[in-house]
Design a protein. Structure first.
Length: 418
């Protein structure tokens, strides 16, 4: 495609993002592109544009020669993969916002792009309007980037914000997030951290060239965040955020996880509220960069899809430089984490799994401890994810210092726990 090429789009999905894109495209006259046909699931649904524009037959888009771009914004990851695969096989460029589908099929999608040599762009899949993929892909050289940390799920951030600033309870805040179009059709994807870990999987590939499955990454969401946690945060002038982190450790390997974390006012993430996403990158020479943008909603997401559509006119493709010039950087679970754990029943906490316990409270109304635990112990067990147990990372989450580890087990005895 050249800048003068006309883009003829086949659009899959006319929900929050699809409708947003339709509207945004009609208000962007500089982009010579038209939507030829829209494929949806339920033809009987009332739409705000002429019914002749819609079809439920995917082949009407995928087999149509005039259509040279497929935009996939549906909420069904399995169906989305079939659509994207067929489109790439048919030589059509593809733009998608479907992080679940991309994270789960990353390797197959890489193969398809190589084999059919067509662009597949998905900026909207990670932080909606905040252009993080293209920045990670183009700006940072692999050996310069040291860490990525970010709020990469708009609806959980919206819920945590409403709980902390407006004292809304969890359910009300979730309903408000859904009403505003920020939450996934299945809210468990957001709340339980699946959406964020899918995004972190994609970001790992573009930041450090690591291809893995979401199931290999330590994660949870905010489903168990309790009043004890918010009260603790308030008393210490902290906020709770769901944070995705990737960090190059001293041994050259990578730690990657998505977990709730306490942040203080020295942390740029402290001030990121509502549906905003944000990311902090740290690199050897540039030092720190801070990105912030709307991470959900019709127009912010459509704006990222639009940016990808625009980039197709210039033949833009992800080159996956860090992946293909691989310096064999590996993921590891061999590090320690500084955690706060609250519970409604102290027997649910496996205290013997801790290396070190710093503080401990067990009263009728409050039951929590802070301490250090090996990441592998969290990966291989589920006690800390069960109902009534809430794990939140402390501000300095990763413990690498060997001397600190030496102090270790004695503290359990001192705290009267073993
Ligand atoms: N909402 C956001 O803020 C946001 C942000 C970033 C990324 N995303 C991603 O964007 C995608 C769409 O999200 P959304 O919020 O727009 O979802 P949505 O409002 O639930 O809309 C989903 C659309 O997909 C259509 N659809 C479902 N299965 C289909 C199939 N097999 N074939 C054709 N159409 C099908 C539905 O058709 P009917 O209309 O007939 O039901 C509907 O129009 C998801 O992958 C989501 O993760 C969303």
């Amino acid at each position: 495609m050249s800048p003068n090429n006309k883009l003829t789009i086949g659009l899959f999905g006319y929900g929050v993002v699809g409708k947003g894109l339709y509207s945004v495209l009609h208000n962007t006259p500089t982009l010579t592109s038209t939507i030829k046909k829209i494929c949806i699931k339920d033809i009987s649904k009332k739409r705000d544009i002429d019914s002749s524009r819609f079809t439920t037959n995917a082949a009407n888009l995928l087999q149509e020669d005039e259509i040279n771009v497929i935009v996939e914004v549906i909420d069904d990851a399995d169906a989305a993969f079939k659509i994207v695969k067929q489109a790439l096989q048919n030589g059509k460029a593809v733009v998608s916002a479907n992080k679940k589908m991309i994270a789960e099929h990353f390797e197959e999608l890489l193969e398809l792009q190589k084999k059919y040599n067509v662009p597949f762009l998905y900026e909207a899949s990670c932080c909606a309007s905040m252009p993080i993929i293209r920045n990670l892909e183009e700006y940072y050289d692999n050996d310069l980037l040291n860490s990525f940390r970010g709020i990469i799920n708009g609806s959980t951030n919206y819920i945590l914000s409403k709980m902390s600033t407006e004292k809304q309870d969890f359910k009300t805040a979730l309903l408000n997030a859904q009403a505003a179009g920020f939450a996934e059709s299945n809210p468990a994807l957001d709340i339980e951290g699946y959406d964020a870990v899918n995004k972190l999987t994609i970001l790992l590939a573009h930041s450090f060239g690591v291809v893995t499955k979401p199931s290999q990454i330590l994660f949870t969401g905010i489903q168990n965040t309790s009043e004890v946690d918010t009260q603790y945060a308030l008393e210490k002038e902290l906020k709770i955020k769901l944070v995705g982190s990737i960090k190059k450790l001293q041994n050259g390997r990578l730690a990657a996880f998505v977990l709730p974390q306490f942040v203080n006012t020295n942390d740029d993430l402290f001030f990121v509220e509502n549906e905003f996403n944000a990311a902090i990158t740290e690199s050897t020479f540039a030092d720190k960069h801070f990105f912030k943008g709307k991470g959900a909603g019709a127009y912010p997401t459509a704006s990222a899809v639009l940016s990808d559509i625009g980039a197709l006119r210039y033949n833009y493709k992800y080159e996956y430089k860090k992946l293909y010039n691989n310096d064999a950087i590996e993921l590891t679970n061999d590090y320690y984490l500084n955690v706060f754990i609250s519970t409604n029943d102290i027997s649910k906490i496996k205290k013997e799994e801790f290396e070190w316990i710093d503080a401990y409270q067990n009263t009728f109304s409050k039951c929590w401890l802070t301490g250090v635990i090996h990441a592998q112990k969290l990966i291989t067990s589920n006690w800390w994810k069960q109902q009534g147990v809430s794990l939140i990372l402390c501000e300095d989450a990763i413990v690498e210092n060997v001397d600190y580890k030496k102090i270790s087990k004695q503290s359990l005895a001192l705290a009267g726990i073993t």
